[in-house]
Each structure stands twice: as structure tokens, then as C-alpha cells.
Write a protein that binds this ligand. Structure first.
Ligand SMILES: CC(C)(COP(=O)(O)OP(=O)(O)OC[C@H]1O[C@@H](n2cnc3c(N)ncnc32)[C@H](O)[C@@H]1OP(=O)(O)O)[C@@H](O)C(=O)NCCC(=O)NCCS
Length: 144
């Protein structure tokens, strides 16, 4: 069974950082030092589990910046990434944020587009991976 929980980084850092290490460093070759940016303690943190085993994570900063979306390879394409995103977006709505935004790895752009995000700027390189800036506006004035 899939469960999603909004967790404190202080009590769940081991599970969250382990997932990020496996996906971003072991799988994608990103330098692990880049992952630790000092922003985790103040972020909304989501942990997805299947039968109690951590399989996915994601975070959102107070300004609506979503990032660190990661699902273990064996558990992809079963809706977990989308559920993590929808939880973060709903939290942003509850906080009356105007928009959420992120830097999407180009390979993940279609995933974010399906959730409603649109490209909003020029591609750029980060951690040796090409990224596209994307945003989703939450206020009705932007959706008219
Ligand atoms: C990107 C990622 C988080 C997606 O997680 P996931 O659990 O596989 O995604 P979901 O199963 O919820 O997918 C939701 C929809 O997006 C589609 N989708 C997911 N990843 C996709 C991709 N890379 N390209 C195209 N479509 C994709 C799914 O097929 C599904 O479509 P559907 O609703 O029509 O069935 C996951 O592939 C991952 O962790 N990748 C490695 C890390 C990464 O790139 N993170 C993003 C950094 S910006």
C-alpha cells in the first residue's frame, strides 16, 4: 500500500537523504555535496512509502520552490511522483501561494507538464544536467 506523509526533516533526514542519494548521486551521478544546501530544515518535506518502505520524496520551500523530487527506479510509473507533487501543490494552495515553480531536468519536463506546469524561461545547466524552469500558477487570475 502506498502512503504519503508530510514529515519533519529533523526526524526523517536519514530516509530522505538516502532516497536522494540513491536517485540523484548513484543513478544520475550528481555530486552528493550539491544535495546538502542548508534549506531542508525549513522546507515542507514529503515521504512516500510502499508497505512502510521509503520509496519517494520531494520538498517545497516557503516561496513555492519545489525540488528534490525523487522516486526509486523500481517504483516509477505507478503514480507516486504525481502524488508527491499534488501534495506539495495542495500545501501551496493552503498557504495561498500565487504559484509554485521548479527547475525540471529536461527528461522530466513531460512529467511536470502532465501535472500542469509550463516552461517559463531559458534552459540552463545545473549539476551537469540540462534544466528547464517551469511554473504552475495557482491563482484564478492567471487561469482566466
Ligand atoms: C521524474 C519522477 C519523479 C517521476 O516519478 P514517477 O513516480 O515515475 O511518476 P508518475 O508515475 O507519478 O507519473 C505521472 C505521469 O507522468 C508520466 N511520466 C513520469 N515520468 C515521465 C518521464 N520522464 N517522461 C514522460 N512521462 C513521464 C507517467 O507516465 C504518468 O503519466 P500518466 O498520468 O499518463 O499515466 C521519477 O522518474 C524520478 O525520480 N526520476 C529520477 C529523478 C528525477 O529526474 N527527478 C526530477 C528532477 S527535476
Amino acid at each position: 500500500m502506498i502512503t504519503l506523509e508530510t514529515v519533519d526533516f529533523s526526524t526523517h533526514s536519514e530516509q530522505i537523504l538516502s532516497l536522494r542519494y540513491r536517485v540523484f548521486s548513484l543513478e544520475q551521478g550528481v555530486d552528493p555535496a550539491i544535495d546538502i544546501d542548508g534549506l531542508d530544515n525549513d522546507a515542507i518535506q514529503i515521504l512516500a512509502r510502499v508497505d512502510e518502505i521509503p520509496v519517494g520524496t520531494g520538498r517545497m520551500l516557503s516561496d513555492g520552490h519545489i525540488g528534490r523530487i525523487a522516486v526509486l527506479a523500481d517504483f516509477r510509473k505507478s503514480g507516486i511522483g504525481k502524488e508527491i507533487m499534488l501534495r506539495l501543490i495542495n500545501t501551496a494552495r493552503d498557504r495561498e501561494l500565487e504559484r509554485v515553480f521548479l527547475g525540471a531536468q529536461v527528461s522530466a519536463v513531460p512529467f511536470y507538464q502532465k501535472i500542469g506546469f509550463s516552461p517559463c524561461g531559458e534552459n540552463y545547466m545545473e549539476a551537469n544536467i540540462l534544466h528547464t524552469p517551469m511554473a504552475l500558477y495557482l491563482t484564478s487570475s492567471h487561469n482566466d
